[in-house]
Ligand binder design. Sequence first.
Ligand SMILES: Nc1ncnc2c1ncn2[C@@H]1O[C@H](COP(=O)(O)OP(=O)(O)OP(=O)(O)O)[C@@H](O)[C@H]1O
Ligand code: SF4
Ligand SMILES: [Mg+2]
Length: 334
Amino acid sequence: MTTPRLSVKDLHVQFPVRSGHRKQTLRAVDGVSVDLKPSEILGIVGESGCGKSTLARVIAGLTEPAHGSVELDGRPLPPRRTVQEQRAIQMVFQDPGASLNPRLTVGAVLTELLHRHGIVDRARERERAEDLLRRVGLPARAYDARPRQLSGGQRQRVGIARALAVEPRLIVADEAVAALDVSVQAAILNLFADLRVSLALSMVFISHDLSAVQAICDRVAVMYLGKIVEVGSVDELFSAPGHPYTRALLAASPSLEETAAVAPPLTGEPPSPLRVPNGCRFHPRCPLAVEKCHIAEPQWEMQGEHRTACHRAWEVDDVTAAGARHPRGIALNP
Ligand SMILES: Nc1ncnc2c1ncn2[C@@H]1O[C@H](COP(=O)(O)OP(=O)(O)OP(=O)(O)O)[C@@H](O)[C@H]1O
Ligand code: SF4
Ligand SMILES: [Mg+2]
């Protein structure tokens, strides 16, 4: 079996928060395990606040977990990483403008990184930086541009070049296309797909946009309230979702090319991670919840490599298709 490029094991991230005089612990990531193969793109989806960015930051070494480990190519990475260890996993953020110094030219940003990490000698820095620009679809003359002279899409390409400059083994893209116009989004997605082939790039791709995930990811993990509740190949998960939450997310995403999901829309907000429900954490919003769901946390149900944490995994298809009623009497299809 190939060693995974990335292996996240039982990761927990907790934040101390105060409400009034009370100190509480917010469980932002609550026991996440997932692998990523070399050259694979893994999507992570889920509603706002479910812990996607926190997970991304731990993978990239920017936030320390309370428990659990992150392994790269079979080697555990310490929670506090050296500069060399930081180099191996790079993030691409939603708003590259915010992290680019307006006074520095693109060339200065890239050459400073190349220098700091000793990637090429001074004499070859410019050539290498222009090479990176070409790789991300920018003309070599972008070397002398300042961020304000670039469009949003061009700035994001600089953000990607900056991540690639240090020759990472993994990129974590957190809502990297969310702030861009639709046509620019498509161009950046194409760029990621090209880079995966040309550089054998592995990537964690976090997005609210399921059609973007469908377009470029191989596999997808669905998060709910700090936990992964379903993982599978994009084809399997989109055509035969096993978890009621996944079904609801898919059904609420009209831009998807095709999905077999028929489900009532999600109602209400997810509960606060300060008050994670007992049993299955989705039970207060789940149209299929039964008594057991209130008490026992569901274990993984497997269909090959497609796994779903639900006491009624894959049952939902028949129930919704038949327009049946919930065992406790709640109509599934209004
Ligand atoms: N530094 C922090 N201190 C306290 N709480 C935090 C901190 N960072 C994140 N959280 C909380 O952790 C939970 C997960 O947040 P996170 O940003 O990871 O979610 P997300 O899935 O990325 O959401 P979005 O889709 O809106 O980006 C949220 O309840 C958030 O308020
Ligand atoms: S375990 Fe129960 S409550 Fe949770 S998703 Fe499955 S059916 Fe719904
Ligand atoms: Mg986020």
